[in-house]
Ligand binder design. Structure first.
Ligand code: MAN
Length: 426
């Protein structure tokens, strides 16, 4: 009796399974309950009520294709591949029994001329292995990132020290500039004084004969007083020259021809010239230091990530050769492209982070590059991806003069990357 009962139960279960298999093919678990055998079936979009016998009967009754989850009858239907051991997914139901194995478990070719072997286990294993390797890489990346953060902290400190040193140099140079300005003014005043002293009539500067005037005894400079007879003799020669020069058709005013100036004025002019040159030198040095300070301050004002994990990139340029070009990315500075003849084109200067609000450090923007022939100014978007090396992974020009780069670096690794890669696999 008991055996009899068990046989009946087994038969019922088998027939249930048979019905279920026939009816539920192409459905995910969560949808199965909606396809339990009953008298009628309500299309998922609620548009029609059809007899249940029309479900999976290879004729499309519902506008949303929901009555044919297991056949190719509806153009908009979708078939669920269970893919045990791998990842379940949907395929367009037009691919059901089309002679191509789409589901790794082969369930889409249940009434096909071909036989599909079940590859899900193998695919699952391969994927899990890849995921494991990727996770290992992310973990290694996270470890390396710590080192880069430390390296970055040192670079940051160095830059701060450099800034305060430059500021100190600038302060000193500023004092020097003031000092040399005063020196120049003094030399000019001295020269003017001497000129006045030598020229009795100040109103006729252009007249070279003025240089012949007797220098008043009191106003002679010490240098003048101490002049040797050789110098005085030379001066006499010059005076003669000047006198002779008066008859020249075109005369050069003495202040424009230093050779014709009296030695004392020439010496004073020399002092002015060297004071001007010295001043120029310190002014130039001051300007250079100020420029360096400006540049350094600009670099220090950049956002290098929450842990300054990207600071280390300041001292690294990365390169990649793609077809006839070599691309160079100097992070936070610029991107260039060199052709095989050696001419370089600027593909953009650092503009800022471009990533979405929740992860801004995923993309960098470099713009205002060299203008493209009949096109926009060149610009580059750099996507940062987690990797164990800091290097370019790819360079593309998806549209004319707009470039994209993929920069892999441990600094881009985060627990989110880890989560994202797991999520992508599931
Ligand atoms: C150069 C390169 C190319 C770019 C063209 C546009 O050849 O910069 O990348 O597409 O100019 O003329």
């Amino acid at each position: 009796m008991e055996l009899h009962f068990q046989l009946i139960l087994a038969f019922l279960l088998f027939s249930e399974c048979f019905v279920e298999t026939k009816k539920i093919r192409g459905l995910s678990m969560s949808y199965r309950r909606l396809y339990r055998e009953r008298k009628s079936f309500l299309c998922m979009d609620g548009s029609r009520l059809i007899p249940f016998s029309q479900v999976n009967d290879d004729y499309c009754d519902c506008a949303d294709g929901s009555d044919e989850p297991g056949t190719a009858a509806c153009h908009n239907g979708r078939f669920y591949c269970m893919n045990l051991g791998f990842r379940p997914h949907y395929i367009p139901s037009s691919r059901v029994n089309d002679g191509i194995c789409d589901c790794c478990d082969g369930s889409d070719e249940f009434a096909s001329r071909i036989q599909c072997s079940n590859k899900c286990r193998m695919l699952g294993q391969k994927e899990r292995q890849e995921l494991e390797e990727r996770m290992k890489a992310v973990n290694e990346g996270l470890h390396l990132k710590k080192q880069l953060i430390e390296e970055g902290a040192l670079i940051w400190q160095e830059k701060q020290t450099q800034l305060s040193q430059l500021q100190k140099v600038a302060e000193d140079l500023k004092i020097k500039v003031e000092d040399y300005r005063k020196r120049k003014l003094r030399a000019e005043a001295e020269k003017e004084h001497l000129e006045k002293a030598i020229k009795p009539d100040n109103n006729s500067v252009g007249d070279q004969s003025q240089w012949l005037g007797v220098v008043p005894h009191d106003s002679r400079s010490k240098v003048d007083k101490d002049k040797s007879s050789v110098i005085r003799g030379k001066e006499q020669e010059e005076k003669t020259e000047i006198q002779q020069g008066q008859n020249d058709p075109v005369r050069t005013p003495p202040h424009e021809n230093p050779d014709k100036l009296p030695p004392v004025i020439r010496a004073a002019q020399g002092a002015v010239d060297s004071a001007v040159a010295e001043l120029q030198k310190v002014e130039e040095a001051y300007d250079t230091v100020q420029m360096e300070i400006r540049e350094l301050k600009e670099k220090l004002a950049i956002d290098y990530g929450p842990e300054r994990e990207f600071v280390f990139l300041l001292s690294r340029c990365v390169q990649m050769a793609v077809s006839e070009y070599t691309y160079t990315l100097c992070p936070f500075s610029q991107v260039t492209q060199k052709n095989n003849v050696g001419s370089e084109v600027m593909l953009g200067k650092w503009d800022g982070w471009l990533g979405p609000a929740d992860s801004p450090y995923r993309q960098m923007k470099y713009d205002e590059g060299e203008a493209c022939w009949q096109g926009p100014k060149r610009s580059t978007v750099v996507s940062l991806v987690c990797g164990t090396e800091t290097d370019l992974r790819s360079v593309k020009e998806p549209s004319k003069c707009l470039y994209t780069m993929e920069l892999q670096t441990p600094a881009a690794c985060s627990l989110n990357t880890q989560r994202r890669s797991i999520h992508n696999e599931l």
